[in-house]
Design a binder for this molecule. Structure first.
Ligand SMILES: [Zn+2]
Length: 76
């Protein structure tokens, strides 16, 4: 199951601090801020929040939420 192993490696790498530092907003290429609760990444340039589900960041622009989140819990 090499494909599965690869997926696990990607998941583990996804939230590595060095990897996070390399992340860029897929929409505007701006730097992302990691948010703990709810878990995800916020772009302060275009004000979008990319949620992390099961340690997998969802960087689909269409599914990103407005930042700061209206539901609260967000703090920079
Ligand atoms: Zn952005």
């Amino acid at each position: 199951m090499r494909l599965f192993d690869g997926l696990l490696a990607c998941t583990a790498m996804a939230l590595d601090p060095e990897f996070v530092a390399l992340l860029r907003c897929p929409k505007c290429r701006g730097a992302l801020l990691q948010n703990k609760s709810p878990q995800g990444f916020a772009c302060t340039v275009c004000a979008l929040f990319y949620a992390v589900d099961d340690d997998l960041p969802n960087f689909l622009v269409e599914e990103a939420q407005a930042w700061p989140l209206a539901s609260g819990g967000a703090s920079l």
